[in-house]
Design a protein around this ligand. Structure first.
Ligand SMILES: Nc1ncnc2c1ncn2[C@@H]1O[C@H](COP(=O)(O)OP(=O)(O)O)[C@@H](O)[C@H]1O
Ligand SMILES: [Mg+2]
Length: 291
């Protein structure tokens, strides 16, 4: 794994701190120190520190609007209006909750979109087979089910052979059964690929099923972290799972019946979507670059 090819995303000079040098690589997949991101003077991320080891699967939880997507976009290199030090691998890929496929391009072309060079169709076909979507390579995006579109989005991330896979609530819009299948697929791909994964989710069970470590974001920092330490595959009816779940829900300050469905409101209005798309178009990490 090429975790030695790190790149520093430096804070913009106008925001103060120099952001130059100083952070040793130390073999981490992600290393963040003193990260600050403010919108109109209001800091959403403020003094955040984060390390992710190569090959580690980390889940990031936190209330809606606490800054999880903001953090992911910084790590993806889609947002550079920051202060602080951010070290991430060169090879990284992002998948969002909405698959963001270009409707006028067939699925396989979507998978290759934004890749450097002129990759062969076979590259897309291989990735689509890996996510169980080989038979839909020639389909138009609008003919895909939600689960299929999400798998196409994963294939688009995988062709980048990422050392760091950033997933922003990728299963949030899927029905329960499709969601379980998609979770299993991600677990399998992670095992096979060995890349580091940072998964943003609002689902505590999902975090506990998939991750090595769970983080809770609050007040602009990682306020809590816990190793999961349960053998895989994990089962929700394992008593140790249940006690971790209770502890984590407590930490989140969420009553059990309040857990689902608080995500997705807030900022995700049109303006923000447009802004994200614009960022994607200019940067070749999210797979939605200009062809
Ligand atoms: N481009 C933006 N412009 C202004 N405010 C933003 C922008 N992006 C995010 N925010 C604000 O930052 C806060 C955190 O947003 P976000 O990172 O999307 O939260 P989460 O993903 O945890 O739900 C929210 O209050 C949101 O309104
Ligand atoms: Mg979000």
């Amino acid at each position: 794994m090429a975790t030695d090819v790190h790149r520093t995303v430096e804070g913009s000079q106008e925001e103060g701190e120099s952001g130059a040098g100083g952070v040793a690589d130390g073999g981490a997949a992600v290393r963040v120190r003193g990260l600050r991101r403010a919108f109109g003077g209001r800091a959403v991320i403020d003094g955040l520190r984060l390390d992710v080891a190569p090959g580690e699967f980390v889940a990031l939880l936190g209330r809606s609007g606490c800054g999880k997507s903001t953090l992911l976009r910084v790590l993806a290199g889609l947002d550079r209006e920051i202060e602080g030090h951010v070290l991430v691998p060169d090879r990284k890929a992002v998948a969002f909750q909405a698959p963001r496929l270009m409707p006028w391009k067939r699925v396989w072309r979507n998978v290759l979109l934004g890749l450097p060079g002129s990759p062969e169709r076979a590259v897309a076909d291989r990735a689509l087979q890996e996510v169980g979507l080989g038979h839909r390579a020639d389909a138009w995006p609008k003919t895909l089910s939600g689960g299929e579109a999400q798998r196409a989005s994963l294939a688009r991330a995988l062709v980048r052979e990422p050392d760091l896979l950033l997933l922003d609530e990728p299963f949030g819009a899927l029905d329960a059964l499709t969601r379980i299948k998609a979770q299993r697929l991600v677990a399998e791909l992670w095992r096979e690929r060995g890349c580091a994964v940072l998964l943003v989710t609002h689902d505590v069970e999902e975090a506990l099923l998939l991750a090595d470590r769970v983080l809770v974001m609050e007040d602009g920092v990682i306020a809590y972290e816990g190793e999961i330490g349960l053998p895989r595959p994990r089962a929700v009816d394992d008593p140790r799972f249940a006690s971790l779940r209770t502890r984590l829900l407590d930490r989140l300050g969420v009553e059990a019946d309040e857990e689902e469905g608080h995500e997705g409101e807030g900022h995700e209005g049109e303006g923000h979507e447009v802004e994200v798309e614009a960022a994607n178009a200019g940067v070749d990490v999210a797979g939605v670059g200009v062809a």
